[in-house]
Write a protein that binds this ligand. Structure first.
Ligand code: ACO
Length: 320
């Protein structure tokens, strides 16, 4: 008995920026970006798109898809690293917009592991018998914090939101949560971004600073390990898994993980080509895409895993 995803929704800003447009800003090429990252296009937020507005639109679609009323939602969790404001939190903005009166609401920040963190918090609350229905969202406006003169980072990121409605239709004590979360703060320096006030009260804003090679090495080592942990907890064999839904950081990272697990790449759906890396929004958006394509049937076996800044990583097993 798992905490099921009963509804999904996503939102992408209208404006599409392709690699050719990026190449007019920095010294790069469509061929380099596609070969090294897999990214062809990304969506960039317009003037009216905010982390909260994108989260709300994705949430509305997930609520509609689940066929529930917003009043049934007990908890709203928004994962984001790019909210325009510190207070109020994005989840409260979503609660207000949906008029989800019964819901508690808070944000989490574990970067690209944020959606899997949100799922595990909500699932734990359900197992404790404290809530029945949760709305878990990943929403990001990464373009705001990208240095558009840095070819090492601006090629990768995009904006958007993905939302899921979670529910367990069984008694709390029957819920299984085959899940793991990890962190290694000692490696936090490999991906940083600071916005705020320093000790002298001077506002500062530093764009994403990334050691791409270190993150690459971290991901291809830790993600197969964590998938092994999840399989052990769930009692599944790797060959039994229908899809591995991974954070979309770089196509080569995903291909390398597929190879290490001796699994066909077709079991690793991707949206990085069209959307780039949207941090915590990637995974719920990918789930929404697969659901709309009819690729998620009751009983479909999924391993969902994320990794990112912090450093953080983890995942969970789920039967659709
Ligand atoms: N266009 C052309 N050349 C480039 C570009 C570019 N956009 N970027 C770097 N180069 C050059 C470098 O200057 C370097 O040139 P040199 O050999 O003359 O010094 C050469 O290409 C190779 O650079 P590398 O940094 O080694 O390139 P790499 O193959 O590692 O690709 C990349 C860089 C795409 C950033 C890769 O390391 C990567 O994707 N890493 C993971 C990043 C990631 O996942 N980040 C986010 C994860 S966490 C989160 O999602 C928030």
């Amino acid at each position: 008995m798992f905490v099921k995803i009963e509804g999904t929704g996503s939102f992408l800003p209208e404006r599409v920026v392709d690699n050719f447009e990026i190449a007019t800003k920095v010294d790069t090429s469509d061929e380099w970006i596609q070969t090294r990252t897999g990214v062809k296009t990304r969506h960039i937020a317009g003037e009216k798109d905010t982390v909260a507005s994108m989260a709300t639109e994705a949430a509305r679609r997930a609520v509609r898809d689940a066929g529930i009323s917003p009043e049934e939602i007990d908890m709203i969790i928004v994962s984001t690293v790019s909210a325009e404001q510190t207070l109020p939190c994005v989840a409260c903005e979503v609660q207000k917009a949906l008029d989800a009166r019964s819901a508690s609401a808070f944000d989490v920040n574990s970067a690209c592991s944020g959606f899997i963190t949100g799922y595990q918090i909500a699932a734990g609350q359900m197992k404790a018998g404290l809530i029945r229905t949760a709305l878990v969202i990943g929403s990001e406006c990464l373009s705001e914090n990208v240095d558009w003169t840095d070819r090492g980072t601006c090629i990768l990121f995009g904006d958007g939101a993905g939302a899921t409605i979670l529910r367990a239709d069984c008694r709390p004590e029957e819920i299984q949560i085959p899940a793991v979360l990890h962190a290694d703060g000692s490696k936090g320096h490999v991906l940083t971004c600071s916005v705020g006030h320093g000790k002298d009260k001077v506002p500062f804003a530093d764009y994403y600073q990334m050691d791409g090679r270190e993150i690459f090495k971290f991901a291809v080592k830790k993600v197969p390990e964590v998938i092994g942990e999840i399989l052990e907890k769930s009692g599944q064999e790797v060959d039994e898994i229908d899809y591995f839904i991974l954070h979309q950081a770089n196509r080569r990272i995903i291909e390398s993980i597929a190879k290490r697990l001796h699994q066909d790449e077709s079991k690793f759906p991707m949206n990085i080509m069209d959307n780039g890396n949207i941090s915590s929004a990637c995974i719920p958006m990918l789930l929404d895409q697969l659901r709309r394509e009819g690729r998620l049937e009751p009983g479909t076996k999924l391993v969902i895993a994320g990794f990112g800044a912090g450093l953080t990583w983890g995942g969970f097993y789920l039967e659709w």
